[in-house]
Design a protein around this ligand. Structure first.
Ligand code: NAG
Ligand code: NAG
Ligand code: FE2
Length: 427
């Protein structure tokens, strides 16, 4: 009895301290060091394995080897199985004096939903990987994280995401923070492999992916496009920098903040056509990812062309289509707005969320504009990640998990309702 009482008091104290830490005061952690992972594989062993969905029932397997090896994937639903095999393509790129490894890209399927598959890459039989396909319908849980980088904070964020039982990861840009140093892309690939080889990682690019150098390297997004090929053709896009896909009743649109978005641009016309094709019975939810936020009350990144002009040009399209949520990165902090359109509260406008707090080496953006605008409901500069769980056609939960030292603490949560379930938002 005495022991039970003691445990009760202890657990009360513990709960209270967690509570007070979360809500009342929180000491923001300082930046942590950069990490990098060297290659510890043979020259034909798969490295940097990551997967991404292609259409409703296929998966792209992307991996890199130092030396040439066939672009084949053996896969099946049992350990060590060779039930199925598929062949794809291999490419590489040059960047100044750097020459990439062999980048292999194989699309496998058709696959069953919500099913674990085992797979092996190329002629290496040692490393066996596995992934789970997303569910065919609700519920589905997305992990959402921007500006990920590769620091000890990134590592902490990734561990929290790994424990979240998510189905798919959405990343609104700024991946590796390689910042022209190409081996850092390889290191990033190795750091994310344990997660990105197990669940589809669907990404769009940020400013750190541009990597153009006047006179020396005139192409943009060379490394990003070579390493993180996304299913753009399948959505009628002509560019890896913007595309859409559907998963379990959610239409996800990935936009490119750093490629032409003006009203006569290919991206704009593609977006218009893509929105027109959405069937709200099939996909009651619409989610959009951009890098540079359209709504932001942090002092960082105010007044940038990619934020202000893209909003000016495209906000009406998203509003007209009744987009439910817009996720952005770029600002290294967390901020959640209410449903907005044209700067004002609007029940049929999207909720805007900045989730640029993955853990990159530039650190946090901790100064805010005062007073807080009414449309901003929660803002905090801490590292963390988000979890967006779509429960059914009308309801979803959003949670922001902050990295409290190495603990994942849910610091903000809200129920969201889809516009398609709201008669007042009928088009
Ligand atoms: C990430 O963190 C885990 C647990 O603290 C540690 O074992 C691992 O070595 C870290 N990884 C890197 C690349 O620092
Ligand atoms: C959707 O989920 C919410 C929250 O759990 C629930 O209240 C609602 O009844 C569900 N709607 C349907 C149609 O099942
Ligand atoms: Fe960034």
């Amino acid at each position: 009895m005495a022991l039970t009482g003691f445990v009760l008091v202890l657990s009360f104290l513990f709960t209270f301290s967690v509570f007070s830490q979360t809500v009342i005061s929180y000491d923001r952690p300082p930046a942590r060091g950069t990490i990098s992972l060297m290659n510890d594989q043979d020259s034909i062993s798969p490295q940097q394995v990551h997967i991404s969905v292609v259409g409703q029932d296929k998966m792209r397997i992307t991996w890199i080897t130092e030396d040439e090896t066939p672009a084949t994937v053996d896969y099946g639903t049992t350990q060590g199985s060779n039930e199925f095999s598929a062949t794809g393509t291999t490419s590489s790129y040059r960047y100044l004096v750097y020459k990439s490894g062999q980048i292999h890209d194989v699309v496998i399927g058709p696959l069953k939903p919500n099913t674990v598959y085992f797979y092996r890459c190329g002629s290496d039989s040692q490393r066996q990987f596995s992934f789970k396909t997303p569910p065919a319908g609700f519920p589905i849980k997305f992990a959402v994280v921007g500006d990920l980088g590769q620091t000890e904070w990134t590592n902490s964020t990734l561990q929290h995401i790994a424990a979240s039982n998510y189905d798919m990861l959405l990343l609104p840009g700024d991946l590796s923070y390689a910042d022209l140093i190409q081996p850092r892309w390889d290191s990033f690939g190795r750091i994310v492999e344990p997660l990105a080889s197990q669940r589809p990682w669907m990404v769009t690019q940020g400013n750190h992916e541009i990597e153009k150098i006047p006179l020396l390297h005139s192409d943009s997004f060379t490394s990003y496009n070579a390493r993180w090929r996304m299913p753009f053709e399948e959505s009628g896009s002509d560019s890896n920098l913007y595309y859409s896909f559907e998963v379990a009743g959610v239409h996800v649109i990935m936009l490119g903040s750093y490629t032409d978005f003006e009203s006569d641009s290919a991206q704009y016309m593609w977006l218009q056509a893509d929105l027109a094709k959405i069937d709200r019975n099939r996909t009651p939810w619409i989610v959009v990812l951009i890098h540079a936020p359209w709504y932001n009350s942090n002092t960082a990144h105010q007044g940038e062309y990619e934020s202000e002009d893209m909003k000016k040009v495209m906000e009406e399209l998203l509003y007209g289509a009744r987009v439910d949520i817009v996720f952005a990165g770029h600002v290294h902090a967390y901020e959640r707005f209410t449903n907005v359109y044209d700067g004002k509260v609007d029940g049929c406008g999207p909720v805007h969320i900045t989730i640029g707090d993955g853990g990159n080496r530039e650190g946090l953006a901790s100064k805010y504009i005062d007073p807080k605008p009414e449309i901003s409901l929660f803002r905090e500069a801490s590292f963390g990640h988000g979890q967006f769980e779509v429960v059914n056609a009308s309801h979803a939960t959003w949670e922001w998990h902050r990295n409290d030292d190495d603990q994942s603490i849910m610091a903000d949560t809200v129920w969201l309702k889809s516009h398609s379930s709201n008669p007042a938002c009928k088009m």
